[in-house]
Design a protein around this ligand. Structure first.
Ligand code: X2X
Length: 335
């Protein structure tokens, strides 16, 4: 008797729950992949996007951020493929990590192409940026907006580096994109490709001597605590972030949803770019205060690195596209 009544009650409760579910059929949730968590500007960019979308859709659209490359088991170079296949709905990803599938994105990794933030903005905000977005779309995802991981600086545990010769034989952790292998080989170093998840352990054990990442990453991840005592500000490349969506999901969106999601990505990206650029000098001061020896390069010293890496342009321009590289160069020159 008792059992029977209970089960009727359970059924009634379930019915209400189901009804509740169907009443709420408009609520939709999408996964957003990132490599770095909200401790870093990168993760904050994704969280900002989610916040703006939730607010502007009155809670109808939820973007749930999954940091630390967890949706691709730590293999950040598989993020773009996973998004294209629909295993991931959306991502705020680095041009470096997506370049194995979108060769045009190697543009940003060409050493010393972009001397300052104006150069970055001239490329992303102009014709070259449009071409890059077309390339992403043609390779299977819908790009919406730009963010920024930042200018990547070189650190190591052995000695100050102010000339290519100083890199001779040093084991440097690089991201899983073949262009980096070529850049560091051209500089006489001994590059090893590995994911970010493996990088800190490798620095800790001394399996590698150095790495390259933006100041924000060096600062937040406390790279100084794993023996990286020397930091060279060579600004050899800037690593933009791109907000993108799986194409099937994009097609299912109404025109209104598209506008909302795109504008929220643009606003979140602009917010993050400004914030991370503003934080830069503070971060550098904090890094110096922890005893890291920071080397800045004179124009001549920088030029020596530029010359030593010219072969990377010869090797990679055909893969990126002559026209795209030329458009980007012109944008930098006329900025
Ligand atoms: O792996 C890296 O170095 C990182 C976190 O900067 C990227 O994902 C490109």
């Amino acid at each position: 008797m008792m059992t029977r009544r209970l089960s009727t009650l359970t059924a009634a409760v379930m019915g209400v729950a189901l009804l509740g579910g169907s009443l709420n059929a408009e609520a939709r949730e999408y996964s957003v992949s990132t490599v770095l968590s909200a401790d870093f500007p990168w993760g904050q960019a994704a969280e900002k996007w989610a916040e703006l979308v939730k607010e502007r859709s009155d809670g109808e659209i939820t973007l749930r951020v999954y940091p630390n490359s967890q949706l691709v088991n730590g293999d950040q170079t598989r993020e773009f493929s996973a998004m294209r296949q629909g295993l991931i709905d959306m991502a705020v990803g680095s041009t470096i990590n997506w370049s194995p599938q979108v060769p045009e994105l190697n543009l940003f990794s060409l050493p010393f192409l972009m001397p300052d933030t104006d150069a970055v903005d001239a490329i992303t905000g102009g014709e070259a940026g449009e071409k890059v977005f077309d390339a992403i779309e043609s390779r299977g995802a819908m790009p919406l907006a730009w963010g920024e991981n930042g200018f990547r600086e070189l650190s190591n545990s052995k000695q100050p580096i102010t000339a290519p010769e100083d890199l001779e034989g040093l084991k440097i952790r690089v991201v899983g994109s073949p262009l980096f292998q070529d850049t560091f080989t051209a500089l006489g170093a001994n590059p090893t490709q590995m994911s970010w998840a493996d990088a800190k352990p490798a620095l800790t054990t001394g399996a590698v001597d150095g790495q390259e990442n933006p100041l924000s990453v060096f600062d937040v991840a406390r790279i100084d605590q794993v023996g990286q005592k020397y930091l060279t500000l060579w600004h050899y490349m800037n690593d933009p972030l791109i907000f993108a969506v799986n194409q099937r999901i994009w097609q299912q969106f109404s025109e209104e949803d598209r506008e909302l999601v795109r504008q929220a990505a643009i606003d979140a990206g602009q917010w993050e770019i400004e914030m991370s650029r503003e934080q830069k000098s503070e971060r550098l001061a904090a890094i110096k205060q922890r005893g890291v020896e920071v080397s800045e390069l004179t124009e001549d010293q920088r030029q020596a690195f530029v010359e030593a890496t010219q072969s990377v342009y010869e090797e990679w321009t055909p893969q990126i596209g002559e026209e795209l590289v030329e458009t980007a160069r012109q944008a930098v020159e006329t900025r």
